[in-house]
Design a protein around this ligand. Structure first.
Ligand SMILES: [Zn+2]
Length: 376
């Protein structure tokens, strides 16, 4: 394994790894493995030979179902096969557990005494569980509008929560500076997490026996998107699959920096991000560079969906398919339904359901979930 800056190609050794290159670019882990064998049960740990740690901190993450959404196919007369990769069933209810299991394992190797992370909620909850399991005290810094249920979840695992009156990218910058100054181990959407996250893509490839034609992924910081793409490129290098999928990213209309950058070629911070899908409310995505590279390399695209479309997708997944997703988790489906004509007839389309609906049940006061119940 070799670590390389995505922006300037500078290389780093694993021992003295910074979280970011001095040029500001994100680091990537280059897998130099030529021949490996996967073994063991169908779950995250099966992909150890492709991960940059020797041992995982594990709560049994991964091995999530890939479900055919036949009732939605019928209801919308979709001419393609639609699947959902249900990441909601991970130990803390989101895909973040895959990254946490690798990232916290790396923290243990680096003898971290205490750690901190900036999170809109899911990553904080996941890291609270995994760092608790590893015995590393954690502080989670959240933007002030983080979902109360997620804060409760973080606190339940015994982590400390600090709510900051800033947008997400400012919270990240603040925590990076603080960790440097106080010598606290920094966790978050960095190189080790991307490696852990990529097993979403590994599993999809194994479940289908090949890469799907299209993978549709919600984009917040972009690490799920870049990780999934990376998995397919590594599987192709290893000659385990023949083709690569087309990558489609979905953002919320109220926060769509990737969609904007794809159009204008420039990265601009979203000034007042606002969406019901708070887990993808990232005003300046940390993995933006890799996301654009993946979109271009796969001839994919990125599009945005409004809050109403997202909430409708939450209802559709729950009521047609028995999948209760949080708004960000349903965003990919909303993106597919917005323009189903762009998917080839007879092709295979996978949307990633990134997080559980129980994580953000009060996502919209106007949605009035509980008013649907009958009171006797
Ligand atoms: Zn660099």
């Amino acid at each position: 394994m070799r670590f390389v800056c995505v922006a300037c190609n500078r290389t780093f050794s694993g021992r003295t790894l910074p979280y970011r290159c001095s040029c500001g670019g994100p680091l990537d882990c280059e897998n130099t493995v030529k021949q490996v064998r996967l073994s063991g049960a169908f779950r995250h740990a099966r992909y150890m030979p492709l991960l940059p740690v020797r041992k995982l901190v594990t709560l049994g993450e991964g091995g999530t179902p890939l479900l055919r959404l036949e009732r939605l196919e019928k209801a919308f007369q979709l001419p393609f096969k639609l699947y959902a990769k249900n990441e909601a069933v991970n130990p803390t209810g989101s895909f973040k557990d895959r990254g946490s299991s690798v990232e916290v394992a790396a923290a243990v190797t680096h003898h971290a005494k205490r750690a901190a992370v900036a999170s809109t909620g899911n990553m904080g909850a996941s890291l609270a569980a995994y760092s608790g399991k590893a015995g590393i005290p954690l502080t989670v810094y959240t933007p002030k509008d983080a979902a109360p249920t997620k804060l409760e979840q973080i606190l339940a695992y015994g982590a400390h929560v600090v709510r900051v009156r800033q947008v997400y990218s400012e919270v990240i910058a603040g925590v990076e500076a603080l960790c440097k100054e106080k010598k606290v181990y920094l966790l978050g959407d960095y190189v080790f997490r991307r490696e852990g996250t990529k097993t979403v893509g590994c599993e999809i490839a194994e479940q289908l026996g090949r890469a799907p034609d299209t993978v549709v992924v919600p984009i917040g910081n972009g690490l799920l998107f870049s990780g999934v793409w990376k998995a397919f490129t590594e599987f192709k290098k290893l000659k385990w699959i023949r083709n690569l999928p087309r990558m489609v990213g979905v953002q919320a209309t109220g926060c769509k920096p990737v969609v904007n950058a794809l159009r204008s070629g420039r990265w601009n911070r979203v000034e007042r991000p606002k969406t019901v899908a708070m887990a993808i409310e990232c005003d300046l995505p940390m993995d933006g560079l890799l996301v654009l590279q993946a979109i271009r390399a796969s001839r994919g695209t990125a599009l945005s969906v409004g809050d109403r479309e997202i909430l409708r997708a939450v209802d559709l997944l729950a009521q047609h398919e028995g999948l209760f997703a949080e708004p960000a988790g349903a965003a990919a489906l909303a993106g597919i339904l917005k323009d189903p004509s762009q998917y080839r007839r007879g092709s295979t389309v996978v949307c990633v359901v990134s997080g559980h609906g129980l994580k953000a049940p009060h996502h919209d006061p106007h949605h009035r979930m509980t008013e649907r119940a009958t009171v006797l």
